[in-house]
Design a protein. Structure first.
Length: 97
C-alpha cells in the first residue's frame, strides 16, 4: 500500500466497511466485514475493538506512525461501541472534537 495517512470506518448495523486513504483522499485499500453492530451485540465473544483491529492490523503494522481512524455510523449509537453525543448544526470540525 502507498503512503497511508488515515483510516475511515463506516460501521453499520449489518456490515463494516473500512478504507485506507492517503493525504489527498485517494483510496489505497478497502476491507469489508459482515460484523456490523448487530453481529457484535449478539455475540459476547466479539468486541468492537478486536473486530476493527483484526481488520486493519496489517495496515497498522506497515506504518510506523500512529494513524488517525475516523469512525462513523452505528459505532456511535447508544447500542454501539461508544455513544456519540449530538451537536447543534451548523458545526465546525473543531465543534465535534
Amino acid at each position: 500500500m502507498g503512503d497511508l495517512s488515515w483510516i475511515a470506518v463506516d460501521w453499520g448495523t449489518s456490515n463494516l466497511r473500512v478504507w485506507g486513504l492517503d493525504d489527498s483522499g485517494n483510496i489505497l485499500g478497502t476491507v469489508e466485514s459482515p460484523l456490523g453492530m448487530n453481529a457484535i451485540a449478539s455475540d459476547p465473544k466479539l468486541s468492537f475493538e478486536t473486530v476493527l483491529v483484526g481488520l486493519i492490523e496489517d495496515w497498522l503494522a506497515a506504518d510506523a506512525a500512529k494513524l488517525p481512524v475516523v469512525i462513523c455510523g452505528m459505532a456511535g449509537a447508544k447500542q454501539g461501541w461508544l455513544e456519540a453525543p449530538y451537536c447543534d448544526v451548523p458545526a465546525r470540525p473543531s465543534d465535534l472534537a
